[in-house]
Design a protein around this ligand. Structure first.
Ligand code: TRP
Ligand code: SF4
Length: 400
């Protein structure tokens, strides 16, 4: 069985809010159950837009990891680390930059979008243009199969796939390929080696797809092979080039999209967010004062939930019975808006109670938090170094 690696990152530019929890973290928590997950603090990415205010990043790094743990990310299952502590990302970024056409980066939709949106910052920098390439390096260095991201990030994953393909084409031809494949066949042992060779002949001479499948099963069922040997054996059958870098796929969350207090997307910069760990009094106040159906001016006016951001919160937080109560009560003016908001307030506070409880041990003992991250960095570095060894080798950079 091949392990499917998942990788994702977040920029440490502020306290995480409920939009992050429902839109991303909840999904991360689910993924760690059956995949090897690598989650990292993208501090270098944050610098591409915040190079004039690095203190923002510094202030948020550890709190962000605490928010992840508060959400239920389990350090025994997932690898948690900080990008800048695995400098191999920068080396791969540099090496990829040699063969990346400028046009590929200029065409990334977020490039122009963000420059327009963040017009108060000077983003005509080399680092900002290169940020999707850095993201590609983040992903490729772990040979991640899956990258959970939001819709807006999908073009970056597409770019990553193109870069992996280009890299494999440029550097995947290996003069010793045949010899190495034969050595890997010997490692299969006599019996399996013969079966493998027969399957290869069947696939290559008769195009028998079943033979390819059988060979795959055989290879994956041979525990003693390294991942490099496995890939080589598969590549030798399929007649493809050596896959040094793996093409990842975006993993879109069927996001329970949590709106902000005004019904827009929740975002700290819109001032419509509730932090994951926010004081209950402040949560109560924010929800009590949030706008409702603008047509419902007086308590006696009937309302329409579809025009009301509170209803969107009910869709995330309330049971079917409660939602029926809202629908009927709103349309008949049977309930008031404050009454309607109360179950949401209670549900948010109850959810956050768990976050506070999970976060507390790390707030009490920051050394525990640092140990988790140090361990995560070590584990990430081990994988990254293995990839870089191979990348350097195929690029002709292994001199020692
Ligand atoms: N670019 C992502 C964002 O702005 C963060 C990020 C950086 C990332 N590197 C990544 C996400 C690698 C997924 C995989 O949200
Ligand atoms: Fe919105 Fe509820 Fe008021 Fe209806 S009753 S307008 S759904 S807050």
């Amino acid at each position: 069985m091949t392990i499917e690696r998942v990788l994702s990152g977040m920029r440490p530019t502020g306290a995480l809010h409920l939009g992050h929890y429902h839109g991303a973290l909840k999904n991360w928590v689910r993924l760690q159950e059956d995949k090897t997950c690598f989650f990292f603090v993208a501090d270098w990415h944050a610098l591409t837009t915040h190079y004039q205010s690095p203190e923002v990043i510094q202030a948020n790094i550890w709190d962000m990891v605490i928010d992840w743990l508060a959400a239920g990310i389990d350090p025994a299952k997932s690898v948690l680390f900080i990008q800048s502590l695995v400098p191999e990302h920068a080396e791969l970024h540099l090496l990829l930059s040699m063969s990346t056409p400028l046009g590929w980066l200029e065409r990334v939709p977020t490039y122009k979008d963000q420059q327009e949106k963040l017009a108060d910052r000077d983003l005509t920098t080399y680092g900002f243009l290169g940020y999707p390439l850095l993201q590609a390096a983040d992903i490729l260095i772990y040979r991640a199969a899956w990258v959970p991201v939001g819709e807006d990030q999908v073009p970056h994953i597409e770019l990553t796939r193109e870069l992996a393909r280009r890299f494999n084409n440029l550097f995947g031809s290996d003069p010793d390929f045949e010899a190495k494949a034969l050595a890997a066949i010997r490692r299969l042992g006599n019996k399996r080696g013969t079966i493998y060779t027969d399957l290869r002949t069947r696939f290559q001479q008769q195009g028998d797809a079943q033979a390819l499948e059988q060979a795959r099963t055989l290879i994956e069922g041979t525990q003693s092979l390294s991942s490099e040997e496995r890939e080589r054996l598969l590549g030798y059958i399929a007649g493809t080039r050596r896959q040094i870098l793996t093409e990842p796929q975006a993993l879109l969350t069927e996001a329970s999209r949590l709106p902000g207090l005004d019904g827009q997307k929740m975002s700290k910069s819109y001032g419509n967010a509730i932090a994951m760990r926010e004081d209950p009094a402040s949560v109560t106040k924010k929800i009590r004062t949030m706008p409702t159906d603008p047509a419902r001016v007086r308590r006696t006016d009937p309302g329409e939930p579809d025009r009301c951001p509170v209803w969107q919160l009910h869709q995330v937080y309330s049971s079917a019975t409660q939602r029926d109560w809202v629908q009927a009560g709103c349309r008949s003016a049977g309930i008031g808006c404050l009454e309607c908001k109360q179950p949401v307030i209670d549900a948010v506070i109850a959810e956050q109670q768990v976050f506070f409880e999970r976060a507390q041990p790390y707030l009490d003992d920051p050394a525990r938090l640092k140990a988790i991250v140090a361990d995560g960095c070590d584990r990430a570095r081990a994988v990254a170094q293995e990839t870089m060894r191979e990348v350097r080798e195929v690029m002709g950079l292994s001199y020692s």
